[in-house]
Design a protein around this ligand. Structure first.
Ligand code: 13P
Ligand code: SF4
Length: 290
């Protein structure tokens, strides 16, 4: 089974069995009967599929496809942070390593984070890692105070506010839709905030015919395929750079995918003790977001 995230190159999305956000892809990885899962996404996503399917072969076309959020939260530093907050309930965004998941009480994605946090006992303090921008947004939406790990996504913090304001002036009827990993000043300018799937759904259901999209531009491929009569504008990074493409996601190519299928390599391997401990908060997430 070929699973692909919305930030993959268009030609990979076009041949995938399933395209989705982190939550949908985790659900599909949990439910599949396929013996081999090729995860066209980044390392923490393939690792999550392996945590859920230890007996299966899980392949990632390029093992170097990491994530700045996962890198920003090393397991030993996270253990020290937790030790400073021994009574906190630990909620970790799925964009983290298996070793950090293994230290967490609950995993969330950008799609279910608000609803999961709202389900936690009101008297329990919460530690949220590793994305401080998502954490701030979740705190605002849920009304809960969160103690934040100071990580961020190099892609979502790159968007230029000046470029966004100019796009809004040039396209006055356009709706601004944003991923919650964006910086707070950008989220304040958004009409709608959600995970990649929710942004796609919003584009499908909104009456607007033009959208300014504050997330990785890979999602525009599905938006344009599904909604050819609507217009989608991507937002450049500061200084006009096109660094809004995730350098990790884009390491996967059609050639590397072909190589994976031909050789069943490179495969994700995990320490069994870490895997079994990391499985618990992922299963809790899947149960609580049914
Ligand atoms: P989604 O869960 O919204 O697809 O986000 C994944 C991600 O890595 C965003 O940068
Ligand atoms: Fe990680 Fe950001 Fe890339 Fe998503 S877009 S995989 S959070 S670096």
């Amino acid at each position: 089974m070929i699973l692909a995230h919305f930030y993959q190159n268009a030609e990979i999305q076009d041949i995938a069995d399933v395209i989705g956000d982190s939550l949908e892809l985790s659900r599909r990885a949990a439910d599949t009967d396929a013996e081999v899962i090729v995860f066209c996404g980044v390392h923490f996503m393939a690792e999550t599929a392996k945590i859920l399917n230890p007996g299966k072969t899980v392949l990632l076309p390029d093992l170097d496809a990491g994530c700045s959020l996962a890198d920003a939260c090393p397991a030993d530093a996270f253990a020290a942070f937790r030790a400073q907050h021994p009574h906190h309930y630990v909620v970790s965004y799925i964009n983290c390593s298996a070793a950090v998941k293994a230290q967490s009480d609950l995993i969330c994605t950008s799609s279910n984070a608000v609803s999961l946090v709202q389900q936690l006992p009101p008297d329990r303090p919460i530690l949220f890692a590793p994305d401080q921008n998502l954490g701030r947004w979740v705190a605002r939406q849920s009304g809960r105070e969160l103690t934040l790990w100071p990580g961020s996504c190099i892609v979502h913090e790159t968007f230029s506010e000046q470029a966004l304001l100019k796009l809004r002036l040039d396209h006055p009827g356009a709706e601004v839709i944003a991923h919650p990993e964006c910086l707070p000043n950008m989220l304040d300018l958004a009409d709608f905030i959600g995970s990649t799937s929710k942004l796609l759904h919003r584009a499908e259901t909104s009456d607007a015919t033009a959208f300014i999209v504050l997330t990785e531009p890979g999602i525009l491929h599905q938006m344009r395929l599904k909604l050819p009569h609507k217009t989608f504008h991507e937002v450049p990074g500061q200084d006009g750079c096109s660094c809004n493409a995730c350098p990790y996601m884009r390491l996967n190519t059609l050639e590397k995918l072909w190589h994976c299928l031909a050789t069943l390599e490179p495969a994700i391997e995990l320490d069994e003790a870490v895997r079994t401990r990391a499985l618990l908060p992922i299963q809790r997430m899947l149960e609580m977001s049914r």
